[in-house]
Design a protein around this ligand. Structure first.
Ligand code: MN
Length: 246
């Protein structure tokens, strides 16, 4: 049996020679492999014509973490706190996600990825939680390592896909973000939140697998429930691939 092909989105950064490079944290690749998927990186700089063609080859789309989404994507004003914006990455990921939604392709959004899902489907973001959300707890445990530091609890909605996969209505998670979902996109459903009410998990109902989390499970695969998130995603991708080839 061919393993399901999981496209992982990438980031652009400037290397030591001041040249742009496209890359992704290796933890994403390892998490997908460990869960039984075949990881492949989806580059940036793709033309609008190439995006649907690449998506059609994939069995699942993993939207990885990274810098902030340009605020004009969700009708907000930019602030000095907005950091690491790459308009080309916004364009590629938003188009990929919308195409995945249309095609019924399994997708999994992580950190920036869940924010991309929300913005692509019409939601908004807090440009900075600490500035915009009164009484919020600390969510920005970065750039200090380690990335697997368990920083706060999330409460997970009973009977949600997340509760079924993790087999619990509570989890300890890492937290490496300063932005979060403000207004949820109309089609999305909140299924997990932090103690301060910040949305930490969403699902797209009636989609084969459409999940997003605000934490970084790819850095927590030593914890079985977190690895199970990738297993569930890869299994859904395999099922979707099987159905399309029949
Ligand atoms: Mn958090």
């Amino acid at each position: 049996m061919t393993l399901p092909l999981i496209g992982i989105t990438t980031k652009r950064y400037t290397n030591a020679y001041k040249l742009p490079e496209i890359a992704v944290m290796e933890t994403y690749v390892q998490a997908v492999s460990q869960a039984g998927g075949m990881p492949v990186l989806v580059p940036l700089g793709l033309s609008d014509e190439l995006i649907p063609g690449i998506l059609a080859k994939l069995d699942g789309l993993l939207l990885s973490g990274g810098g902030d989404i340009e605020t004009n994507r969700y009708q907000a004003d930019s602030t000095p706190k907005v950091d690491g914006v790459d308009p080309d990455r916004d364009r590629v990921e938003i188009e990929l996600l919308r195409a995945a939604v249309s095609a019924g392709l399994p997708f999994f959004g992580i950190c920036r990825g869940v924010q991309v899902v929300n913005v692509a489907l019409g939601g908004t973001l807090y440009t900075d939680i600490a500035e915009e959300h009164p009484n919020s707890i600390k969510h920005d445990y970065y750039p200090d390592l380690p990335f697997d530091k368990l920083s706060h609890t999330v409460t997970i909605q009973k009977d949600s896909p997340l509760a079924r996969i993790i087999n619990s209505t509570e989890a300890e998670v890492n937290s490496l973000h300063h932005q979060a979902i403000k207004q949820l996109a109309p089609d999305l459903q909140e299924i997990a939140h932090a103690p301060d009410g910040i949305i930490e998990g969403v699902v797209l109902p009636d989609h084969p697998f459409g999940l997003g989390v605000q934490w970084h499970p790819e850095c927590l695969t030593a914890h079985e429930p977190m690895l199970n998130l990738f297993r569930a995603f890869v299994d859904a991708a395999a099922k979707s691939a099987g159905e399309r080839t029949q």
